[in-house]
Design a protein around this ligand. Structure first.
Ligand code: ADP
Ligand code: MG
Length: 405
């Protein structure tokens, strides 16, 4: 298939922040963009050349998107696979519906990991009372996760015994779930790969991730963030997972590293991922540019990390955070500490005075607790400089920050 060159229009299903950063990358390269989202106002819809307000399964809306676009991707993981199938009749669609459908269902996803020979946490599928009764004691304590529609720690419950397991399954609505054994994690990491239509695969170096309350809080990307043999194993596993899907597009694979050093695959996302946002400032090619290239059928070049980078996720909670920390290190906060329920803009001026601080905000109208509002990438000449700047920025923002030791 011949590539779609700059000047063509690239479409995306979903108008969230991932769509917005895809649109930025596409527009920078001279493409026009079209976004479909159910909401009238969305981070990507606001900045796209074309916008279609429609539900993901609205036939007319999908036809309008297809009419505008030479090729279409998705930023929204839970876009109905049927919508992608429908679009694929008329247009190039990447990733394919079948790959997205597997990533949307933890049961199918784990089966795929097993097929690829990649180790995942011991688990059982729970769909009936009989499955519940048959659960092996070896899986407890465990985490019960809904097979579908979970994200950012939603749709999961930690359970220590059978009684808690039964209660949690009832609480989750008795939908299809997986029970995973609770593993002793040394740390978490992820790998982002991009695979082209010709099967060429490129990857970013693995990043180390810290979650808070089930949501990604910090990503550290520098050579010393994990042993290199482990990093190599994670990259190989991610590539085999992409190849096994005959995947086209950007794929993120999340891993656990256990206390004994064993690498265990957790889950995958069929799109750019929050843990890859650091690539916008730490690499010469970002995950969003690779998404554009895979969709357009352009050549993929291996990304080169030019700077050690730390990414801090900026959640809506920051708009409500007390800012004593800023005073403690001698910088004046740009705004008064917010009353508990009145949002106040974080002290961007002080943060942006730090060399190597790159602010990304998603243009969301309202700050709410737990809502992803933006991220801050911090780059520098070496790991120690980057870590010191990250600590400084976190203190200014009133963010708790734990970096790897
Ligand atoms: P989500 O789809 O919400 O990201 P995950 O399956 O990635 O759900 O789980 C969220 C977080 O919960 C993980 O990043 C990890 O910190 C923790 N977690 C999940 N599964 C396990 C497990 N089997 N053992 C230990 N910790 C886990
Ligand atoms: Mg996860």
């Amino acid at each position: 298939m011949s590539p779609l060159l700059p000047g063509a229009t690239l479409g995306v299903l979903g108008g969230g922040q991932l769509g917005r950063m895809f649109v930025h990358a596409a527009q920078r390269m001279g493409y026009f963009t079209a976004v479909l989202d159910p909401e009238a106002d969305s981070p990507a819809g606001r900045i796209s050349h074309h916008f279609v307000q429609a539900d993901y399964l609205d036939i007319d809306g999908l036809a309008r998107l297809a009419g505008l676009s030479g090729a279409i991707t998705t930023e929204f993981e839970n876009v109905p696979a049927q919508a992608l199938d429908n679009l694929a009749v008329a247009r190039r669609v990447a990733p394919a519906a079948q790959a997205v459908a597997i990533a949307q269902d933890r049961i199918a996803e784990k089966a795929h990991f097993k097929r690829c020979g990649v180790v995942c946490a011991p688990y059982a599928v729970i769909g009936t009372e009989t499955d519940l009764a048959a659960v092996s004691a070896a899986l407890l304590p465990g985490i019960l996760k809904t097979a579908r529609l979970g994200y950012d720690g939603k749709g999961q419950r930690r359970v220590s015994d059978r009684a808690e397991l039964a209660a949690a399954w009832a609480e989750l609505g008795e939908v299809a779930c997986v029970l995973e054994k609770l593993l002793p994690l040394a740390f978490e990491c992820s790998v982002i790969v991009a695979r082209g239509q010709d099967g060429q695969v490129v990857h970013f170096p693995p990043q180390r991730n810290t979650h808070r309350d089930g949501i990604l809080a910090v990503t550290e990307a520098y050579a010393q963030n994990m042993p290199s043999a482990q990093a190599q194993r994670a990259v190989e596993a991610a590539k085999s997972i992409a190849e096994g899907l005959d995947y086209v597009g950007v794929l993120c694979v999340e891993f656990f590293v256990l206390d004994n050093g064993v690498l265990v695959v957790n889950e995958m996302a069929p799109r750019p991922h929050n843990s890859g946002h650091w690539t916008q400032d730490g690499c010469d090619v970002s995950q969003f540019e690779l998404q554009v290239r895979t969709l357009a059928g352009l050549p993929l070049t291996p990304p080169r990390q030019h700077s050690p980078t730390v990414m801090l996720n900026l959640l809506g909670d920051l708009w409500f955070a007390p800012r004593e920390a800023a005073q403690a290190i001698g910088a004046e906060p740009a705004s008064q500490p917010a009353a508990a329920d009145t949002p106040a803009e974080p002290p961007w001026e002080a943060v942006l005075a730090l060399p190597g601080a790159h602010l990304h905000l998603y243009g969301k109208a309202e700050a709410r607790r737990g809502r992803k509002m933006g991220h801050l990438n911090i780059t520098g000449a070496d790991r120690e400089v980057v870590r010191a700047t990250a600590r400084h920025a976190a203190a200014l923002l009133g963010l708790p920050l734990e970096l790897s030791s």
